[in-house]
Design a protein around this ligand. Structure first.
Ligand code: UDP
Length: 240
């Protein structure tokens, strides 16, 4: 495998559970996961090492379950288990594209996948395997965005690429405010201070304190994932 020609050697890609849902209300749309896997396969062929943190919001979110009366911690564990199902689906879709992939979970589920062990994760990456990091941080009251910041820093990723349904960070919600403007570049402190809707504050603060650049891009646009991994200037870059 050749070395990547772009600026990045190793990236962490954060996919929300909703990214897998397509037009469905719940679960995984096979056509969508196939397209995402094909783009990851293309990106991988450039030689960039790819780690993925997957969310679970297409199946369960702890806060939503708690709102319906469930114990919050139980709901959060259900959310974490939802990410494991998504991770298995991505692993399967990647293998169908001929990409070697390994699910590593922050919760121990040995019949299903490996544990997340940092040194082993890095070894997989060095061998050219895509790693899919499941079960978030393994702790309730966190999000998979925070897991993405944490893992990106742990494995020494050059950038955190957050795939969303919008093409970057705006000064207001572009759905509610059609005149909202998109930033090409914005600072961590402005994101936190202005409460811009990017990731939760814990995740942003971790990026800021560890000098990890974060790029937000629109996953629904064809080839955007490939371009983001290649270091192209799309969406919004969040940096110091
Ligand atoms: N979760 C958790 N700890 C973590 C990561 C996730 O408890 O470290 C739970 C939490 O309930 C969350 C759910 O898993 O709502 C699914 O993750 P998230 O909402 O981040 O998924 P996404 O919005 O990215 O699809």
């Amino acid at each position: 495998m050749s070395e990547g020609s772009g600026p990045y050697r190793r990236v962490l890609l954060k996919l929300s559970g909703e990214a897998l849902m397509g037009d469905l209300d719940y679960g995984i749309e096979p056509r969508v996961i196939k397209r995402i896997a094909a783009e990851i396969a293309t990106a991988r062929k450039t030689g960039v090492e790819i780690a993925i943190v997957i969310g679970g919001g297409n199946i369960f979110r702890g806060a939503g379950l708690a709102g319906a009366g469930m114990d919050r911690v139980t709901g959060d564990y259900m959310g974490m288990l939802a990410t494991v199902m998504n991770a298995l689906a991505i692993q399967d879709a990647l293998e169908s594209q001929g990409v070697f992939a390994r699910v590593m979970s922050a919760l121990q589920i040995h019949d299903v996948c490996e544990d997340y062990i940092r040194r082993r994760a890095v070894r997989h990456l060095e061998k050219g395997r895509v790693i899919i990091l499941a079960a978030g941080t393994g702790n309730p009251f966190f999000t998979t965005d925070t897991a993405a910041s944490l893992r990106a820093i742990e494995i020494g990723a050059d950038v955190l690429l957050k795939a969303t349904k919008v093409d970057g960070v705006y000064d207001a919600d572009p759905v509610k405010h059609p005149d909202a403007t998109r930033f090409d570049v914005v600072s961590y402190d402005q994101v936190i201070g202005d409460k811009l809707d990017v990731m939760d504050a814990t995740a942003i603060v971790m990026c800021r304190d560890n000098h990890l650049p974060l790029r937000v891009f629109d996953l629904t646009r064809a080839n955007a994932l490939v371009q983001a991994v290649a270091g192209d200037d799309l969406g919004t870059l969040i940096t110091a």
